[in-house]
Design a protein around this ligand. Structure first.
Ligand SMILES: NC(=O)c1ccc[n+]([C@@H]2O[C@H](COP(=O)([O-])OP(=O)(O)OC[C@H]3O[C@@H](n4cnc5c(N)ncnc54)[C@H](O)[C@@H]3O)[C@@H](O)[C@H]2O)c1
Length: 365
């Protein structure tokens, strides 16, 4: 079954972004929300996005009008009855998502695919609330979904092979880069992005440097376009704190840092401070902590077979704009150096060294 019509439940940040990305590639979209003003806002965002595409010469006026016309909005669930694929993007609350999926099942076509855009919940738990769990999966888009190319395609315990194949084809058809991964805390990318950003806050907690200095060191060490604090100020410390807290069941290494908790709970941005300037004695310990905190969870997810090394690197490059991707970087540093970087964190938090450490040097083959 080819996907040409989709329904999206929830017209917030992600729902409207997914709608724009899909409509831009010729997909007919119906956005459904319980709040009328959210639907109007989503329509406005589509008009702005496609209007700008014309201004920048990326799209003709006729194509822009056609793309906008492909985004319909509705406050009636029944209007999703024709969709080939339904993507749930309501608030991150298990009960709300479960109730929304239960209400959707009698409306959806029996052969429709149903996906959740959850960041934090288990796809396999939500699958208990749909009529056909084999046709249910995670499609985890990255913000801003109208621009960011990565989509994690999450296979739940009951997700069928045909469902995965259709979802991968939909991603390709809408210009997205799919990353197939297992249904585990943080999936493939947040599993290491959250500890990396969290370690940046721990460096502040431990008095190693200021946020702007840590951002500069991260740019040098990992080739990121922007450092962890700058990026968190865009996504909001409150949102990142929520994502980091979701990983807490994985153990104390993943527990949120005080500096992040304080900014997140106060709903404030990070004050970036001033940079004392490059100094190897001050900068090296920060670089080592950021690298160690990125490598340790990547090695753990390789042990757990959440995703393969090539896909993890692709996610880091495409979604996070890491200029140096973790597995390739570990291979170039070699096993002994990677062990030197991860061992202090493993000892501090009582974590066993991952078995995949032994494969460093040839992770990428
Ligand atoms: N914001 C991000 O960076 C991001 C990234 C990836 C995934 N996600 C996930 O995407 C989902 C949506 O997040 P968001 O940031 O777009 O949230 P949001 O708060 O911007 O939007 C949620 C929307 O859901 C609507 N809604 C609430 N109850 C509803 C119901 N019963 N039926 C239909 N619509 C309903 C709200 O009116 C709102 O428009 C969450 O699961 C979140 O974890 C978010």
């Amino acid at each position: 079954m080819g996907v040409s019509k989709i329904g999206i439940l929830g017209a917030g940040t992600m729902g409207s972004g997914i709608a724009i990305a899909s409509a831009a590639r010729g997909i007919a979209v119906t956005l459904y929300d319980v709040t009328e003003s959210q639907l109007a806002k989503a329509k406005g965002e589509a008009a702005t996005f496609f209007g700008r595409a014309v201004d920048k010469g990326r799209m003709s006026a006729a194509d822009s009008d056609a793309a906008q016309a492909r985004v319909a909005t509705s406050g009636a669930l029944q209007d999703l009855a024709e969709a080939d694929l339904l993507i749930e993007a309501v608030f991150e609350d298990f009960d709300l998502k479960a109730r929304t999926l239960e209400a959707l099942s009698p409306v959806a076509r029996p052969d429709a695919l149903i996906a959740t855009n959850t960041s934090c919940l288990k796809v396999s738990d939500l699958a208990q609330h749909v009529a056909a769990p084999e046709r249910f999966l995670g499609l985890h888009y990255f913000s801003p979904a109208q621009i960011n190319p990565l989509v994690e395609v999450v296979r739940g315990d009951a997700t069928g092979d045909a469902t995965i194949a259709e979802a991968l084809a939909f991603c390709e058809a809408t210009g997205k880069k799919p990353l197939l991964c297992k249904d585990h805390f943080g999936f493939a990318v947040n599993r290491f992005f959250c500890p990396y950003t969290n370690e940046a806050s721990r460096c502040v907690d431990d008095g190693l440097g200021t946020p702007v200095q840590i951002d500069r060191v991260a740019q040098e060490a990992l080739g990121v376009a922007a450092g962890p604090f700058f990026v968190q100020n865009i996504i909001k410390p409150r949102i990142n704190l929520h994502a980091v807290r979701n990983l807490k069941p994985l153990g104390p290494f993943y527990a949120p840092a005080d500096y992040l908790t304080k900014a997140g709970e106060a709903e404030e941005s990070f004050d970036l401070g001033t940079d004392p300037g490059p100094d190897p004695t001050r900068d090296r310990p920060i670089a080592e902590r950021l690298l160690g905190a990125t490598f340790l969870p990547v090695l753990e997810e390789l042990d757990e077979d959440v995703a393969g090394p090539g896909d993890i690197d692709m996610g880091a490059e495409v979604a996070l704009r890491f200029g140096r991707q973790p597995c390739e970087l570990m291979d170039s540093l070699g096993r002994a150096e990677v062990e030197r970087l991860v061992r202090p964190l493993a000892e501090r938090y009582g974590v066993a060294l991952p078995e995949s450490l032994a494969r460093v040097g040839s992770l990428r083959g």
